[in-house]
Design a protein around this ligand. Sequence first.
Ligand code: RIB
Length: 333
Amino acid sequence: MKYTIKDIAKLAGVSTATVSKVINQKDQEITEATRNKVMAVVKRYHYVPNRIASSMVTKKTHTIGLIIPDISNPFFPELARGVEDYANRLGFTVFLCNTDNDVQKERAYMEKLQEKMVDGIILTASDNRKRVTPSLQKTSIPIVTVDRGVDADISDGNVESNNFIGAYEAVSYLFSKGLKHVLHLSGPLHSKPSNERLEGYKKALVDHYRHVNQDMIMDGSYTLDWGYSGTLKAMSNRLKFDSIFCGNDLIAFGAIQALKTKGLSVPNDISVIGFDDIELAKIIDPPLTTVKQPNYQMGFESSRILIDIIQQKTPDITEITLDTQLIIRHSVK
Ligand code: RIB
């Protein structure tokens, strides 16, 4: 038998409002004795609140959607953990959606999550769009973007890392080690982080009196395959490079694999630097010098901003840029 809130109230000898306050821990006025009496009945009869029914009244479901572009990329699970840790602490459930960088899937998830009456959405935009915003319409619920911002008029907040400075410091480090010809294997240039890293790369060249050679900038995807094929393409194009600044760690792993395939040593022949500092970066051969992004904190802060907005608490700030950190290991000589 499925017990309703009315059954529980009758069995406990209290009103349905009292049962609701005890379950939702809403009212500090409830005496300990009443709370214990109600909870004893709830446990004995395995009562599970009907959230859909209560949400019809409160218009809140205590759920949020998290849309990420690539669950297979180790950068995102840690970001998702940050979102969930904060949300669960505040009593919210997180629905995780993976778009495989497909704008159509992203649009479908945006609609489906609103049909499911989530209270808000955290979004990392898929990167295979020609422009960042067309798939997003302003929604009736708050949206906070994380990692890959979109036009501010669509999102209610944004958390990202300082891609420009991270890239600038990475490429400046290569120059500090005596390297002179830096190939840049970028992520997709219509994604905001890729563009910001490219600008940091260019600024580092200019500040170190190096010419910006467009042939030495090759854009692809945030994948191992692109790192591998992009490196082989640069070599077949007879580009002269002594180091590679990669748009993320997966690109760097692919580049190292390609260089080894061609009999080249990393870092003795070619130095390689990545971006993200995913777990694998420290155990590959050679351990990767890279730029650490605070992905857990990015997720945690985006969740905090969104839930503040949902709970009508005006967040102190809604646009956060977090520092990156250069992690020096053994892939740069
Ligand atoms: O590795 C995936 C990349 O896409 C990361 O650098 C992150 O910034 C995301 O945009």
